[in-house]
Design a protein around this ligand. Structure first.
Ligand SMILES: O=P(O)(O)OC[C@H]1O[C@H](OP(=O)(O)OP(=O)(O)O)[C@H](O)[C@@H]1O
Ligand SMILES: O=c1cc[nH]c(=O)[nH]1
Ligand SMILES: [Mg+2]
Length: 213
């Protein structure tokens, strides 16, 4: 598994405001959107392209165009939905599939409550959107779901990752014969005893959309 921490002063600036407990929901949503577009630029470095012949006003040339099949973008509900627009700004012709997943806050185990994706993802590059990689349970299950359907290249975009979650994910996916990359704005210090990322930003879903229950 490849981990890429995007090191850029604008990313760090926006992330600092995002983490601040006094940042309100509208600002949190806007910063999430902006950060994802910056992360997506790095995350799509390996997006597949094919040659394309075109004619400019001056003459013929060969450029590149996004290859078929189109990339699949998969936001993990609920919090990943806050990352979708920022991603689609960069990949407007991508297809979008949805996974609804929730972590049990007692056991920290992830479960899937909704799914809307093609049955066959053979040969597809997938971009998974989830702001928080905490224990890694949610992302591991999501990646497994996609590779079980045939996805052959996975890149996850996260705002924050915990070292414990990255290690768990690496171990969980050891047997996987598919390239997996994680692109994140920061690798934080640790998880606390409730499985929250420290210093983190709190509950991403609640900060985007309000308290769930
Ligand atoms: O790495 P993990 O330990 O699995 O935790 C990370 C998951 O927890 C959060 O989702 P949550 O269960 O709070 O659902 P929500 O997005 O609906 O708030 C977050 O958005 C991730 O999906
Ligand atoms: O810190 C964390 C951990 C899991 N989910 C969140 O939203 N935040
Ligand atoms: Mg949540």
């Amino acid at each position: 598994m490849r981990l890429h921490v995007v090191n850029h002063p604008l990313v760090s600036h926006k992330l600092t405001v995002l983490r601040d407990q006094d940042t309100d929901s509208p600002t949190f949503r806007r910063l999430t959107d902006e950060l994802v577009t910056l992360l997506a630029y790095e995350a799509t470095r390996e997006v597949r392209v094919a040659p394309l012949d075109i004619i400019t006003p001056v003459g013929p040339t060969t450029g590149v165009y996004l290859a078929q099949p189109k990339p699949m973008v998969v936001p993990i509900l609920r919090a990943g939905l806050g990352m979708l627009d920022g991603m689609m700004r960069l990949l407007p012709t991508a297809e979008v599939g949805f996974l609804g997943m929730v972590r049990n806050e007692e056991t920290l185990a992830a479960s899937t409550y909704a799914e809307r994706l093609p049955e066959d993802l053979s040969g597809r590059q997938c971009y998974v959107l989830d702001p928080m990689l905490a224990t890694g349970g949610t992302l591991a299950a999501a990646i497994r779901f996609l590779t079980d359907r045939g996805a052959d290249d996975i890149t996850a975009i996260c705002l924050l990752a915990a070292p414990e979650g990255v290690a768990n994910l690496e171990k969980d996916l050891e047997d996987l014969d598919v390239p997996v990359a994680v692109v994140t704005a920061a690798l934080d210090e640790k998880l606390n005893d409730k499985g929250y990322i420290v210093p983190g930003l709190g509950d991403a879903g609640d900060r985007l959309y309000g308290v769930a229950h």
